[in-house]
Design a protein around this ligand. Structure first.
Ligand code: KIV
Ligand code: ZN
Length: 519
């Protein structure tokens, strides 16, 4: 590794997935891990193996499948977590154990450890991890609010115990750029042995400064950035991978650091993460937002036509955005669909193409022109064949004379059931029909509709988030019929909740990890 190489550590599948409602299925996690590996991410934090059987299985399989990325699992500062983590990551060509403990005064109070007791715990657990694995990352959680002397002391202990990477988390998104750089610089200057390990930066975006803080940490000497695709993560999210990587590329003149990321893969993975997590990317999000490269104003368009550099600091192709192309229609064949999908970053197998082609034809029958965004929405809305609940048919009566009424047939565990229910509007009536056919206590937390393209025949993308017993899941669907898309999204979220009902190990759940149990 050269002096100016910055490692990219992606935690979409751990810190990102920890975001309430962002749960991904096993297959989705494998797919995202494959895309991260392909795009050149150096380290993939694949999950929190002790959290559930599902997390353990996903981390183990990702470890087996990874081609070049190091595969990392998270573990709290106790032997049981670390052993479980090792069991999952050990299958990787290059495994890493990441163990952490909250070191600030507020976090020390949770396990009720004195400074000395915590220091001893850090020594013991890092030593234990290092006896299992050569590649150990240690994090003092809430580092940016930890007393400086104590931070230096525990970092030194972790280095002496064998940690090869020290990550400095800004857990609550509290720091600011100058402070972020100074903190890393101070640790490098003061802590014995600091020159033999890599410092990482892990920022949250509560004050909107995660990207700036991460880049500043690099200026201070950090050589690993921890980040997620689309900035996915709890609360305001984590540092967005696409932002730090593109900032380092575009402003190489003032930040002369290199990453190994193939930036042309950014758009595709951004879309896939949005689709599988159910967290849409805001339109004006830097790099990957729908409007990031759109120039609406006349002055901008005129300038762009004369010379793209007048208003563009990077080319759309640099992040994998194909130029505008002609829409498909109902006469387009399989070859045209395959070519278009590949242009959009989806390399479909023959079976996938078969399935997408059927849905594309169905859409093209209802919609004259099928645009790129329609196809992307179509991919995001695909339903696994083995779902417990499937929509067979529905019909809704709506209009000025209420109450609105929905008749619906669902297949539930292989058996068809039909009902007719009323509601306050067509969506409410349809959701009441689902509730009548599938007994559940889940509460609706979010219902969001957006148009994929323009025009009255545009598809609507609907996101539905449900909560049951503290577990949250999201479903997403797209259709030219908003009520159908709503029902499919609702059923998608319900299927995910059902799949998760029995998977968490008692006492552990990634969505509400208890930091108390560190023994
Ligand atoms: O934000 C944080 O402190 C974390 C740690 C577990 C590294 O995600
Ligand atoms: Zn975090």
């Amino acid at each position: 590794m050269t002096k100016n190489q910055v490692l990219i550590f992606d935690t979409t599948l751990r810190d990102g997935e920890q975001s309430p409602g962002a749960t991904m299925t096993h297959e989705e996690k494998l797919e995202i891990a494959g895309l991260l590996d392909e795009m050149g991410v150096d380290i993939i934090e694949a999950g929190f193996p002790i959290a559930s059987e599902g997390d353990f299985a996903a981390v183990s399989e990702i470890a087996r499948q990874a081609q070049s990325a190091q595969i990392c699992g998270l573990a709290r500062a106790n032997y049981k977590d670390i052993d479980r983590c090792w069991e999952a990551v050990k299958h990787a060509r290059n495994p890493r154990i990441h163990t952490f403990i909250g070191t600030s005064e507020l976090h020390r109070a949770i396990p009720n450890l004195t400074m000395d007791e915590m220091a001893e715990r850090i020594h013991d657990t890092v030593t234990h991890a290092r006896n299992l694995c050569e590649n150990v990352q240690w994090s003092p959680m809430d580092a940016t609010r930890t007393e400086e002397d104590y931070l230096c002391r525990v970092v030194e202990i972790a280095i002496k115990a064998g940690a090869t990477t020290i990550n400095i988390p800004d857990t609550v998104g509290y720091t600011a750029p100058a402070e972020s750089a100074t903190l890393i610089r101070m640790l490098i200057n003061k802590v014995p042995g600091a020159d033999e390990i890599i410092f990482a930066t892990h920022c949250h975006n509560d004050l909107g400064m995660a990207t700036a803080n991460s880049l500043a940490a690099v200026e201070g000497g950090a050589r690993q950035i921890e980040c997620t695709i689309n900035g996915l993560g709890e609360r305001a999210g984590n540092t967005a991978l696409e932002e730090v990587v593109m900032a380092l590329k575009v402003r190489h003149d003032i930040m002369p650091y290199a990453t190994g990321i193939d930036t042309t893969k950014i758009m595709n993975i951004s879309r896939r993460v949005a689709a599988v997590s159910g967290f849409n990317v805001q339109f004006n999000k830097a790099i990957v937002g729908k409007n990031a490269f759109a120039h609406e104003s006349g002055i901008h368009q005129d300038g762009m036509l004369k010379n793209a550099e007048t208003f563009e600091i990077m080319r759309p192709a640099d992040v994998g955005l194909a130029g505008t192309s002609l829409p498909l229609g109902k006469h387009s064949g399989r070859a045209a669909l395959r070519a278009k999908m590949s242009e959009l970053g989806f390399d479909l197998s023959d079976n996938q193409l078969k399935d997408v082609f059927v849905r594309f034809k169905d859409l093209a029958d209802r919609k004259k022109e099928v645009f790129d965004d329609d196809l992307i929405a179509l991919m995001g809305a695909s339903e696994p064949a083995d779902e417990a609940i499937k929509l067979k048919s529905m019909r809704v009566v709506c209009g000025t004379e209420g109450p609105q009424e929905a008749s619906m047939t669902l297949e539930v565990n292989g058996t068809e059931h039909t009902t007719t229910e009323t509601g306050d509007g067509p969506v409410d009536a349809a959701f009441n029909a689902v509730k009548a056919l599938v007994n559940h206590e889940a509460r609706l937390q979010l219902y969001q509709v957006s148009a994929v393209t323009e025009g009255t025949d545009a598809q609507a993308t609907v996101s539905v988030r449900l909560e049951e017993d503290g577990k949250i899941s999201t479903g997403q669907s797209a259709d030219t019929d908003t009520v159908v898309a709503s029902v499919r999204a609702y059923i998608g979220a319900l299927n995910r909740l059902i799949a998760r009902r029995d998977t968490a190990e008692p006492g552990y759940d990634t969505k509400g990890v208890s930091y108390k149990d560190v023994s």
